[in-house]
Design a protein around this ligand. Structure first.
Ligand code: SF4
Ligand code: FES
Length: 330
C-alpha cells in the first residue's frame, strides 16, 4: 500500500519525536546549557530536513478525516493530488470556461489566461478572472472551504467542488476546462438553479421524527446513542447538498423525476438513526420506480461525492430492507 503524505508525515513524527527526546536527555546528561540547547535544535533541524528530503515532502497539506467516511479531505487532496502538477507555479495556463448564456440559452466558450500558483484552486482562479479580467463571469460560491456545497462545477469532465480542486493538479495539456453541472437547470454561466434539488431533499422529510408531538418542538431528555448507533448513519450525515451526485447520476440525467442519490441517501440517514421514530414508513415512501428502485447502481454518485457520503451504498441497503417486506408479508 502506498503511504500518503499524511502517513509519511505522521510516521516521520513518530520516529523524530523520540529521537529528539533522546538528544535532549543526552544534552542534559552532559551538563545542559546554551551549547547543548543549540546542538539539540541543530540536530532537530537536520533530522527534519532528512525526513523531508527522504520522503519528498515539499509542502504540508492540512488533512482532515471524518469518522465513518472513507475520504480524506483538504485542499490538495483531490484525486489528482498524488500526481505531479503538469505545469510549474507561475506558468501560464488556459482556463476554458463553458458559460451558459441565459439570453440565448446556449453555451458560450471563452478562454482566459491565468498565471497559476501552487495553492490556487479552480474557484480561486475563476474569482480572480472575475475580479481582473471579466466581471460578467458567474459562479455560485460561499465558504471557499468545501463546506457550503455551493461551488459544484464540472472540471475536465468530472463533477467537483471548484473550491477543493487544486488548479495546477487539474491542468491537462496546459489548460483546465470548467463547465456548469448539466444535471441541474442552468441560471447563468456556471450557476445552477437548485430549486428542484432542494424540493427533492425536502420531500423526504430530512429531520428526526418523534411520535410524541411535544418532543417535536423541544427535546424532553437526552437521546443517548452508542458508537454502533452512530456508525449506522454518520457517513450519510456529511452531505453538504452540493448536488454533484445528481449531476453524475445517469438516471437523473435521463429521468428528472427520479428522487436522486442525495434525497435517497437522506432517507437512509434518518431511517438508520435510532432517535427517529418514523421507522420503515420512510422506506415505503420511496418504494417506487422513481424512488429507490429507479437506481441502476452505476455508483457514479458515490464516486463524485466530495464528502464520502456514499449514496449508492445507502440506496442498496434500502433496497435490501424493502426486499425483506416481501418475506414479512408472506
Ligand atoms: S451526497 Fe455527496 S455529492 Fe451528493 S449532495 Fe451530498 S455531499 Fe454532495
Ligand atoms: S464555496 Fe463552499 S463548498 Fe465550495
Amino acid at each position: 500500500m502506498k503511504a500518503s503524505r499524511y502517513d509519511i508525515f505522521m510516521y516521520g513524527s513518530i520516529i523524530g519525536v523520540p529521537v529528539l527526546l533522546i538528544l535532549i536527555t543526552i544534552g542534559l546528561y552532559l551538563g545542559g546549557g546554551y551549547a547543548y540547547t543549540v546542538t539539540v535544535l541543530a540536530a532537530l533541524l537536520v533530522l527534519t530536513l532528512v525526513v523531508f528530503a527522504a520522503t519528498g515532502i515539499k509542502e504540508i497539506y492540512i488533512h482532515r478525516t471524518y469518522p465513518g467516511s472513507r475520504k480524506v479531505f483538504g485542499r490538495g487532496t483531490d484525486e489528482h493530488a498524488s500526481t505531479k502538477p503538469k505545469v510549474r507555479k507561475g506558468e501560464e495556463v488556459d482556463i476554458v470556461l463553458d458559460r451558459f448564456n441565459n439570453e440565448t440559452s446556449k453555451m458560450d466558450t471563452k478562454t482566459y489566461k491565468f498565471y497559476a500558483d501552487r495553492l490556487t484552486t479552480v474557484l480561486g482562479a475563476i474569482l480572480d478572472i472575475k475580479a481582473y479580467q471579466d466581471n460578467t463571469v458567474s459562479i455560485r460560491c460561499n465558504c471557499r472551504m468545501g463546506i457550503c456545497g455551493s461551488c459544484g462545477v464540472v472540471v475536465n469532465g468530472k463533477p467537483r467542488l471548484a473550491c477543493e480542486t487544486n488548479l495546477l493538479n487539474a491542468v491537462e495539456n496546459r489548460r483546465v476546462r470548467v463547465s456548469p453541472m448539466l444535471g441541474h437547470p442552468l441560471l447563468k454561466d456556471m450557476a445552477n438553479n437548485f430549486e428542484d434539488f432542494f424540493e427533492k431533499h425536502r420531500s423526504v422529510e430530512p429531520f428526526l421524527y418523534r411520535e410524541d408531538e411535544r418532543e417535536r418542538e423541544s427535546a424532553r431528555h437526552e437521546y443517548g446513542q452508542g458508537s454502533e448507533d452512530l456508525s449506522r448513519f454518520l457517513p450519510y450525515s456529511y452531505c453538504i447538498m452540493c448536488g454533484l451526485c445528481l449531476d453524475a447520476c445517469p438516471v437523473v440525467n435521463s429521468n428528472p423525476n427520479f428522487a436522486g442519490p442525495q434525497a435517497l441517501s437522506q432517507v437512509w440517514r434518518y431511517y438508520a438513526d435510532s432517535r427517529d421514530q418514523k421507522g420503515k414508513k420512510r422506506l415505503f415512501d420511496v418504494d417506487t420506480e422513481e424512488g429507490a428502485w429507479g437506481c441502476e447502481f452505476s455508483g457514479s454518485c458515490s464516486k463524485a461525492c466530495p464528502k464520502g457520503v456514499g449514496p449508492a451504498s445507502a440506496i442498496q441497503m434500502m433496497k435490501g430492507e424493502l426486499m425483506k417486506r416481501i418475506f414479512e408479508d408472506k
